[in-house]
Write a protein that binds this ligand. Structure first.
Ligand code: ZN
Length: 62
């Protein structure tokens, strides 16, 4: 049984590296080429809608 992935945290709680997809959005580990692309997300920042592309590592996150 595989569990659904945890929801992506709010963009405001993430580091710059996590927001640009260089680090896992869940645990902050630096990502390599095998990272999981979580797809485009929309965030409101300073009154504008911005698209960002979170990525995650392959370690399960509780
Ligand atoms: Zn992770």
């Amino acid at each position: 049984m595989s569990q659904p992935p945890p929801p992506v945290p709010p963009i405001g709680s993430l580091s710059a590296a996590q927001v640009r997809g260089a680090a896992c959005v869940h645990c902050g580990i630096t990502l390599g080429p095998d990272a999981i692309d979580l797809g485009e997300r929309q965030a409101g920042r300073a009154g504008e809608r911005v698209a960002w592309y979170p990525r995650a590592c392959r370690i399960p996150h509780p």
